[in-house]
Ligand binder design. Structure first.
Ligand SMILES: [Zn+2]
Length: 64
């Protein structure tokens, strides 16, 4: 099965590219997890959210 080997090779290549990207820019930027605030969705680029920093207990888990 040559196709299987090609698939594995492409997979390994993608993983290697991801590792290089992570080592260059940092895992947060690549994953995009902390680019936006988890609470209000404001773009913080890994920094503390200015909105939620002012009132940290306001928009936590209220269904209002
Ligand atoms: Zn926020």
């Amino acid at each position: 099965m040559v196709l299987a080997y090609i698939g594995i090779a492409i997979g390994v290549l993608i993983v290697l590219i991801l590792i290089v990207k992570i080592s260059k820019t940092g895992p947060r930027e690549v994953a995009g997890v902390d680019k936006f605030c988890k609470k209000c969705g404001l773009e913080t680029r890994g920094m503390n959210c200015p909105k939620c920093k002012k009132n940290p207990n306001h928009s936590a888990s209220s269904s209002h």
